[in-house]
Design a protein around this ligand. Structure first.
Ligand SMILES: [Zn+2]
Length: 72
């Protein structure tokens, strides 16, 4: 399976460089990725959060959301 291993190699774990394997997340009906080496988990929501956290404004909005969720 040359095609598949090439595809997986593109998605190395950002923590340890291990292989990321596709993982179905049934709750949100999406595909995520899990590192076979350290168990690091990545999905679209995490990637989206990571993008927002890259800006001060995004980080502030996220922490406000978390505080509101805690009040409920
Ligand atoms: Zn890893």
């Amino acid at each position: 399976m040359v095609t598949q291993s090439t595809y997986i190699a593109r998605d190395r774990c950002h923590r340890c460089g291990g292989f990321m394997v596709p993982e179905e997340i049934r709750e949100v009906n999406q595909m995520g990725w899990r590192c076979v080496m350290c168990g690091e988990h990545i999905d679209q929501l995490i990637l989206e959060h990571r993008r927002q956290m890259a800006t001060p404004e995004g980080a502030r909005q996220l922490s406000e959301k978390r505080e509101k969720a805690r009040l409920n």
